[in-house]
Design a protein around this ligand. Structure first.
Ligand code: FMN
Length: 196
């Protein structure tokens, strides 16, 4: 009975993992993502493993008007970072925000006691993002994690403290995952050494 349950469970997980894709804002469909679904996505993020329970991740959710303000700040940060005008790039930044129904900014808070190395806290936050990404498959939401270089210029906008850092943006919009091919990956055989 337990074995059957586990087999069924692991099959579902594999299917979700194999269906997951980076879906970009230009591919999103019209449609609203319910606040209840966003809450589930964040609840699942919060279940990520974390060494010494430092739980380094936190999030800020942008929708409607706040999403537009975020887009404007992104354009300003891009300008500051690159020291160029580039109206085309700025237009693209804003367009991605407009095409998305919801954007979640991803943050990591360094444990004040530094009880674990920073890389472990970044890794734990990445696991939280993977939980979000997989949950999006279940709810037919397209999404991807974007890590633009200009995020460091947005610390004031996000009102971050010394020990906090933005790790990018999670763009989300309605999407039917059956439409996408999987990207080619080098075989796991060349990435694994078997020692038995
Ligand atoms: C930590 C991380 C950062 C990423 N940053 C970007 C990014 O800045 N821009 C982008 O187009 N994709 C970004 N991606 C998405 C990857 O490009 C995408 O996952 C990869 O092409 C594999 O495609 P798949 O997710 O559909 O399998 C990021 C993914 C990860 C895990």
């Amino acid at each position: 009975m337990i074995v059957n349950f586990l087999n069924k469970f692991s099959m579902n997980i594999s299917k979700i993992i194999n269906t997951r894709r980076a879906v970009y804002p230009s591919q999103f469909k019209e449609g609203d993502i319910d606040k209840e679904i966003i809450k589930i996505i964040l609840e699942n993020a919060n279940k990520a493993p974390t060494h010494r329970m430092t739980q380094p991740w936190f999030f800020k959710v942008y929708k409607s008007d706040s999403k537009n303000s975020l887009g404007i700040k992104m354009m300003e940060a891009f300008e500051l970072h690159s020291n160029t005008e580039s109206p085309l790039k700025k237009k693209k930044i804003l367009q991605k925000c407009e095409q998305s129904n919801c954007i979640i900014a991803i943050f990591m808070k360094r444990d004040p006691k530094e009880s674990v190395p920073e890389w472990e806290e970044i890794a734990a936050t990445a696991m939280a993002v993977q939980n979000m990404w997989l949950t999006c498959v279940e709810y037919e939401i397209g999404c991807y994690w974007s890590t633009p270089k200009y995020i460091d210029k947005m610390n004031d906008f996000f009102m971050l403290k010394e020990n906090e850092r933005c790790l990018g943006f999670f763009y989300m919009g309605k999407y039917d995952h059956s439409e996408l091919e999987s990207k080619e990956r080098e075989s796991i055989n060349v990435k694994t050494e078997w020692n038995f």
